[in-house]
Design a binder for this molecule. Structure first.
Ligand code: SF4
Ligand code: SF4
Length: 368
């Protein structure tokens, strides 16, 4: 199949500059074995990746991690991205965004900032990230506003903070966020490991969503509230990445190119590396980017389903994690013969909460 399809260009380049991070979030989306990956790309290598991605057609770049502010060359990379014509986003925990650094990033042309919070309370924010960062994040939000950046506030939701959704929204309004992404936990990486501790109840989700709707009516366009659907409680899967190898290109700190930032753990993919192959060849012809592109790979029930153009059969990483088969129908779908497994995991989560919660750390990552 590789080489048989001329794919449309990627629109989104996610540059995961580093897996290093001062926080230790229990739901971190980085791979479990991040500390066992190779050396980070150099400044010159990232510049080359950006040039090639722009030539391919990518229009937006997200500088992410880990914590991208741990890279001393972030300003240089932002400046280069802007001069190439990218719209630039910084996706950050806030740690390291000092006034001086913010000024340099503004000067470099940074367009947009996404700042994560773990909760509206200091206690839970600091517990979930295993750091004292709550007050710092509030200061960083003020710095972002002082520099006139549009600000997305992001908060991952789970059973511990779903009852605080109203307070989280109030905090976003107080800090002047233009968007608030209320991201129900997606169970990958460290969230997969801590799934039972994070799993909410349906009642919690319904109450939180009702609160979100109430606020939407009250505040109108003052702050856009995005409520990311809670996968395990749905009847249909998300249109993951808008289709495999369709619009999204993720480059890991060690140069691995992936159609989705969770794809590292999928078996048998032989992910290409930007240090060894030109990006155009990776995007168009690599076996990994063509593995689940389009519809030829689908099995039943997706193959003959009239909804396959809407959700592309769901998420390949989720299918693999829940069934051991990356080409299976995402079990979140009620048409999947394995949908029961999702229902069962939700029901039985409280029974496994005696297993200790695991905070993301280099030591844990090396031991996994
Ligand atoms: S989820 Fe938390 S630990 Fe993971 S990269 Fe983001 S801030 Fe760091
Ligand atoms: S069967 Fe497949 S294509 Fe149809 S709705 Fe479910 S996941 Fe989507």
């Amino acid at each position: 199949m590789a080489g048989s399809i001329e794919a449309a260009p990627p629109l989104w380049l996610l540059a995961e500059l580093t897996y290093r991070c001062p926080l230790h979030c229990v739901f971190c989306y980085n791979p479990l074995r991040y500390a066992q990956t190779g050396a980070e790309l150099s400044t010159a290598q990232w510049v080359e990746v950006m040039r090639q991605a722009r030539a391919l057609g990518a229009a937006q770049i997200g500088f992410s991690g880990g914590e991208p502010l741990l890279r001393d060359d972030l300003e240089e990379l932002v400046q280069e991205a802007r001069s190439l014509g990218f719209y630039t986003n910084l996706i950050t925990s806030g740690v390291g965004l000092t006034p001086a650094r913010a000024q340099r990033l503004k000067h470099a042309g940074l367009d947009h900032v996404q700042l994560s919070f773990q909760d509206s309370t200091r206690e839970l924010n600091d517990f979930l990230s295993h750091t004292r960062t709550f007050e710092l994040k509030k200061k960083v939000a003020a710095i972002i506003k002082q520099h006139d950046w549009p600000m997305v506030m992001n908060c991952v939701l789970h059973r511990h903070n779903l009852p605080h959704v109203d307070k989280i929204i109030e905090m976003a309004l107080e800090l002047g966020a233009e968007y608030l992404e209320l991201a129900n936990t997606q169970y990958y990486g460290w969230a997969w490991l801590n799934r039972d501790h994070l799993m909410p109840t349906r009642e919690q989700l319904e109450q939180a969503e009702a609160v979100v709707w109430r606020y939407r009516e009250q505040i109108g366009s003052r702050c856009r509230l995005l409520f990311v659907v809670p996968d395990y409680f749905e009847q249909r899967p998300k249109a993951c990445m808008n289709g495999w190898g369709a619009v999204f290109l993720s480059i890991a700190p060690d140069g691995l190119a992936m159609p989705c930032h969770n794809a590292r753990d999928l078996p048998g993919l032989q992910l290409p590396n930007v240090c060894q192959q030109p990006l155009a060849e990776i995007w168009q012809r690599s076996a990994a980017f063509n593995a689940y592109r389009g519809e030829d790979w689908m099995h039943e029930p997706c193959r003959s389903c009239d909804e396959r153009h809407k959700d592309f059969g769901g998420c390949r990483c989720q299918a693999f994690l829940l069934t051991g088969d990356a080409a299976a129908t995402d079990p979140v779908c009620s048409k999947s013969p394995r949908h029961d497994k999702v229902l069962q995991l939700v029901r039985s989560a409280p029974e496994r909460r005696h297993i200790p919660i695991v905070f993301r750390s280099d030591a844990e990552s090396r031991s996994l």
